[in-house]
Design a protein around this ligand. Sequence first.
Ligand SMILES: Nc1ncnc2c1ncn2[C@@H]1O[C@H](COP(=O)(O)OP(=O)(O)O)[C@@H](O)[C@H]1O
Ligand SMILES: [Mg+2]
Length: 209
Amino acid sequence: MANPIISLTEDHFIASGAFCRCYRHPQEGTQCIKLTTDNKKSNKRLRADLAYFKKLHHRNVDLNYISDYIGTCGTNLGKGYIFECVTNSDHSVSLTLEHYLTSGELQLEDYLKELHQLGIHLLHNRILISDLHAKNILLQLSPSEPPKPIIVDGLGDTVIITVQNIFKSHVHSKIIRRWNRFLKRILKNHPDLESLLKTITLSTEDIPH
Ligand SMILES: Nc1ncnc2c1ncn2[C@@H]1O[C@H](COP(=O)(O)OP(=O)(O)O)[C@@H](O)[C@H]1O
Ligand SMILES: [Mg+2]
């Protein structure tokens, strides 16, 4: 029997970016459903993310810091793509790193180590993020643990010819470059964070042997 159509309303709406509208799954609170927007690049972007998830699943990569892709579904608003929903210990949906950097509700010191761990995790597991951005990282809050950053969007590589990615050293250098660019982007809007962000830049010394 075909799966029933999932009915999404504005009550389930979480947030949207240029390419996706994200809703909480009405029945499965641990999942969210993404729908493409009218943006011309929307489908291409999503396809690139899903293709990269396929590679990561195939390689059995530890997705501890990434909201995993679960599958597709039918909704009243069109085809949906189901992902793990990033939630806090009180079951509310986690907010973006961008939110915490600008609202000042948390101090960067409170999760600096965890942010560094995220960078190291990407490097050690050779996970490429094409759009590493403070809006694509959510901070998962719990009273007993420091805030944990989780990536929800922008996986993979934007270059068309990815043949060089078979070389581990090439991928490592790319991850380091992208991570440090990500920190620089944060610095542009938050110059006061320079000395802290400097401590979590990645270098070739962080590459595992
Ligand atoms: N897995 C998720 N769990 C909770 N919220 C999410 C999740 N994925 C996305 N969101 C929210 O939806 C917003 C837009 O989703 P995103 O996938 O980044 O779309 P876009 O491709 O348009 O940037 C994110 O910035 C975030 O606030
Ligand atoms: Mg995004």
